[in-house]
Design a binder for this molecule. Structure first.
Ligand SMILES: [Zn+2]
Ligand SMILES: [Zn+2]
Length: 132
């Protein structure tokens, strides 16, 4: 028999099966690169949720946020990000039903998550048409 109840290694898992598959591969197969402001961070997730993630991060910058499917021309500037050991798990950013894994060093993962959070706030304010 093959019990289907193995305990989840994460606190929570994305509902999106495509994100799950991408995350389970540990980013070895499907790394994309998010370029926003001065950050260049490798990220893992399905196309739809990566795009959502990018769009939300873009709200925090006056420039555009870009998502590349290959290593950017300038490479990754931060040596700690470049050498990050991907076997130790990665912080997850939940984007609606999906999740994006951030394969950066702690500093840049935190920066990326902050960027996403403030983008979300901006979007809520835009969408809510607020009580002002
Ligand atoms: Zn997804
Ligand atoms: Zn870094």
């Amino acid at each position: 028999m093959d019990p289907d109840d193995d305990p989840a290694p994460f606190e929570a898992e994305p509902q999106c099966p495509d994100c799950q598959a991408a995350l389970e591969s540990g980013g070895r197969q499907a790394i994309s690169f998010l370029l926003v402001d001065t950050l260049t961070v490798p990220v893992v997730g399905c196309d739809a949720h990566l795009e959502e993630f990018r769009a939300i991060c873009e709200l925090t910058t006056e420039d555009s946020a870009d998502l590349l499917g290959h290593l950017p021309a300038g490479g990754i500037q931060c040596p700690a990000c470049r050498n990050r050991d991907q076997s130790g798990g990665m912080p997850l950013v939940f984007v609606e039903a999906g999740a994006v894994g951030v394969l950066a060093c702690e500093t840049h993962a935190t920066d990326t998550i902050e960027c996403f959070k403030s983008g979300l706030q901006t979007r809520q304010q835009l969408g809510a048409n607020g009580p002002f």
